[in-house]
Write a protein that binds this ligand. Sequence first.
Ligand code: ADP
Length: 606
Amino acid sequence: MRDTSQPKELMQTELRQQQQRVELFSEVTLKIRQSLQLKEILHTTVTEVQRILQADRVLIYHVLPDGTGKTISEAVLPDYPALMDLEFPEEVFPEDYQQLYAQGRVRMIADVHNSTAGLADCLVEFVDQFQIQAKLIVPIVQTLNAHTHGTSSSKNHLWGLLIAHQCKNARHWVDFELELMQQLADQISIALSQAQLLEHMEEVVEARTAELQEVNRNLQQEINVRMQAEAALRQSEEQLRLITNALPVLIAYVDDQQQYRFNNQAYQDWLGQSPSEIDGCHLQQIWGDECYQRMQAYVETALSGRVITYENDIVLKDGSARSVNVTYIPHLDDSKAVKGFFALTNDISDRKAIERMKDEFISVISHELRTPLTSLHSALKILATGQLGTLSNAGQQMLGIADDSTERLVRLVNNVLDLQRIESGKVVMERQACNATNLMIQAAEVMQAMAQQHGVTLMTQAEDLSIWADADYILQTLTNLLSNAIKFSSPGGTVWLTVACHKKPSSAKSKKQTLKSKIQAAYSEVVFRVRDEGQGIPANQLERIFERFQQVDSSDSRKKGGTGLGLAICRKIIEQHNGKIWAESAPGHGSTFAFTLPAFDRVHHH
Ligand code: ADP
């Protein structure tokens, strides 16, 4: 029984021991791994090995690249000398030893003095200094990964040695002790690679941190610059507001979508809407459909890049009607594209009121003058017949002058009243279809006597066209133009009166129209022309002569008996017919006065 039970007990003890060793290994490994600090790891290792092996001294010897080395961690009993920081001479650790250790050699020496240990005498002397009797040495090997030319190779390098000393006595080391030492040496080499990795990572992190700090600095700088720019912008905007708010006119900026982008305080005062309320609103939204209709064409002109000024009537928040003068100034970007326009609107109601008063005054005076003038005129006419007694030659001449002047005065008064009536909108053009040829013949008949008087030939070229107009007023226009043409012609000259279809310039819309409506649109206007061979009109006067009392030569009224109102009346009449009137001339080459009228077109009017 004893014989068989003994090996069994032995086995059990061994098993228990093995179990304990495994536990011990893992416990020590865990302790070592708890730190990332290499120094601490080394210290824990020597302390633990010393404790478990009950060795007198345990140390870690670090091998330097030049072959020398020194103790960098040590656990030693107080009775024995410490080797810490001691540098070993080269001969203690020759090159070939290093190579052997790098390949994994271990040394287990039970008694340094025993010849079987094979230690050189000098070495024995050296170890005696430190009272070393037995020693156990395992290498700490580091695997270096070298990357060259795309291929990676690994090389074992001896980093150091883990050494246990027995000083008190010689000692037979057992396998377990060697195993523990080897295991821990491996742990150290792992810790070394990790430390290296960590160091590398720290370098990377440091570099990255520096980079980020640089980026941050730049960002901060950029933010500062922007904040400064913003502050400057805010200040200049405030200044702009201050100026524009102080002015009693509407000042705005409208973008190419016809939306307000800037408004001054006057908008609040006039319309009761604050600049912030108006911001982003469409023009139509602010002014209402009716008022917007009157603005639209001008807005489009501004957005096509042209400066435009016009007059409009608006209603303020208190319900009062105002006349305004509006100017749009296009805003072009660097590439000359229209981004929007600046709008200036000022109140001209007072000026308009004065103009109205003046017109009314003239009209009243003229009206009051007409009756006495008419009787004066007829009285003079009767006197001229000689029915009431004959006059001397000189008296007859005087009478002629008086008659002429009175006639002029009557014309003037009639013209003033005419213009006044048409401008006030009190007269309604009674439009109907009329034959252009008939009108031209009538006008020519009326003017024939005057033409003969001036030695001027009157030529008409008729065309069978119908117009949609008030025949009386068109006749007045034609005779007015003919009278001017005759007046400003030299004797022997010719005056032509013509009419023709007028091709309207095709609009963008016409693309969508049918052929029939295209033809109608193209021929829906006729143009009348009165051409003479007279003195002509300078280019800078061509527009001005259509204004009231404007004459090329201020002596014209006296010399030619004009009033300076004829063309103004003509323009009013034609505008009332939705037509256009203009003059073309080159001084010395005669003049042409032309006007358009809507054609009478059956499809349209029936
Ligand atoms: P007026 O009664 O003076 O003719 P209008 O309004 O009819 O007034 O014409 C204004 C001015 O235009 C004239 O005084 C004259 O200077 C110029 N004018 C008009 N028609 C002609 C023409 N056919 N040739 C040259 N000048 C003209």
